[in-house]
Design a protein around this ligand. Sequence first.
Ligand SMILES: Cc1cc2nc3c(=O)[nH]c(=O)nc-3n(C[C@H](O)[C@H](O)[C@H](O)COP(=O)(O)OP(=O)(O)OC[C@H]3O[C@@H](n4cnc5c(N)ncnc54)[C@H](O)[C@@H]3O)c2cc1C
Length: 398
Amino acid sequence: MTGRSPSTSSDDRARPDVAVVGAGPIGLAVAWRCAARGLRVVVHDPASGSGASAVAAGMLSPVAEAYFGERQLTALLLASAALWPTFAAELTEATGAELGYRTDGTLMVGLTGDDLAEARRLWAYQQELGLPVTPLRPTELRDHEPALAPRVRGGALAPTDHQVDPRLLVPALRTAARRAGAVLVPQPVRHLSEVDARVTVVAAGCGAAALTGLPVRPVKGQILRLRAPGGVAPGFRHVIRGYADGEPVYLVPRADGEVVLGATVEERSDTTVTAGAVQRLLRAGVDLLPELAEYDLVEAVAGLRPGTPDNAPILGPLPGRPDVLAATGHHRHGIVLTPVTADLIAGLVTTGVPDPLLAPFRPDRFDSDAPASVGAAGSGAPAGADRPDSTMEEDRWS
Ligand SMILES: Cc1cc2nc3c(=O)[nH]c(=O)nc-3n(C[C@H](O)[C@H](O)[C@H](O)COP(=O)(O)OP(=O)(O)OC[C@H]3O[C@@H](n4cnc5c(N)ncnc54)[C@H](O)[C@@H]3O)c2cc1C
């Protein structure tokens, strides 16, 4: 697991240093960072950017997504969010691409008294962790976003939770990877034995399970895109997320007038869009922001998040295969975790030495004989299984 060594034979010179399987945000960012370090990189994907990133909202929300019992995941999310400003600037410099990266902050809201009580429990936990969450009085909330419905009972500001547009991010990463020297091969990898490189990085999202046997499962998310009439920007600028009559929902405004409204969290592997989900999302969205009723509904789509048993990504060498690194299982957080994943995996490929940040996310943490303390959920237990105070999967947003 080292960088380019002084090769001797011509075969060795032709062999890539790194083969990346999967050209979604994770694989492309790994490829970019590896190629920028002077490594020969090949990326395999028949349909780059067609995975979960094609529908993702692009919230960069380590604070709003700091859930009970996931401290190590929260630490990784915070580390990656801290890298985002530099990462976005470097990517724009390398490509000239606009990323839709916005730093207006996030408002977390509750529509009813019950919604607010539920939200406050989480804000209290996030504040306990020392995260920047400022509860707002109703008048302060409306000062921040006058378009919020008068019924909204309360909210809190997470100013450091930002957003990017994944549909701009992925093409930019593809360009950056290519310009740094990575070669994209538009073919699938059906078995790891087809890949010939010193190190293989499996960044195939949900496709990683078939290639590696790792416990990555599809978690379906239905999501809508609306557009403000007249081509103007939406009438709100913060990401807004919260509960509306018990329904978790988020709204992500883009400068071009688009609003992303999401998302369901379903233990299913199909990508059909159902009338019931669309109805629930629209009702919750309009309850929080009545002006949405006047917007065009331009897209209803579903994607598959690469979920794991403890909701945390899987990063590092496969058990018994030091030449195969997993970079998968990013579940609801693959966009925010792109910079840190790319740096950690590129560092591991180059030096062979794992950064301590990787320790809780090792692939072997799911082995029955692995030490329990490596579990990313802190307890090593499956999310929600034995934590009476945990927010259940269905209550989550992204
Ligand atoms: C509705 C929804 C909303 C989301 N919102 C957010 C959000 O707001 N913030 C956030 O951080 N995350 C969000 N996510 C999660 C995020 O989209 C994923 O975590 C992220 O896309 C994972 O990136 P990835 O590159 O690992 O996988 P993917 O984006 O799924 O890409 C995987 C790539 O691998 C390729 N591939 C698969 N199998 C093979 C194979 N055998 N050979 C070659 N190539 C292969 C695919 O073609 C694809 O291009 C959301 C997801 C969904 C579904």
